[in-house]
Ligand binder design. Structure first.
Ligand code: ZN
Length: 132
């Protein structure tokens, strides 16, 4: 597994995109709505990995709950895998709790699956596999 991106929950992309463009000294290369997850995303390339900013796109979004509980900040860490179905099977067999039974279509042309933070020391983990 290699780190693919770090997801950061923010209140407003319109404030955070220019902030991260200044911080990282690189332009946001893509914004994308993922309606199924209730998020609007913005991506920045940083070396071999990326930063993903996440804003809620409705009041029931998991990002609203996260920010209400913890404030803005690191939301998840994503790892790229070769075969997401095989990794999901491997991790489920080891007792990790997967948040979906099958991979879902995520942002940035990826299949994704999240692992519940209660089985990963409090860190929400995302597995990603490039859709080819
Ligand atoms: Zn992500």
């Amino acid at each position: 597994m290699k780190p693919e991106h770090i997801g950061i929950a923010v209140k407003e992309l319109k404030i955070s995109i220019p902030l991260f463009e200044q911080l990282l000294n690189t332009p946001c290369y893509k914004t994308e709505n993922v309606a199924s997850e209730g998020v609007k995303t913005a991506f920045f390339q940083t070396g071999d990995s990326k930063i993903e900013l996440l804003e809620a796109d409705n009041d029931n979004s998991p990002i609203v709950k996260f920010i209400n509980k913890k404030g803005e900040g690191i939301h998840h860490i994503a790892f790229e895998v070769e075969n997401i179905e095989a990794e999901m099977k491997r991790l489920a067999a080891l007792g990790f709790e997967l948040l979906s039974e099958h991979p879902k279509k995520g942002a940035d042309n990826k299949l994704v699956c999240f692992l519940h933070p209660k089985t990963t020391n409090g860190v929400l983990i995302e597995l990603t596999q490039e859709i080819k």
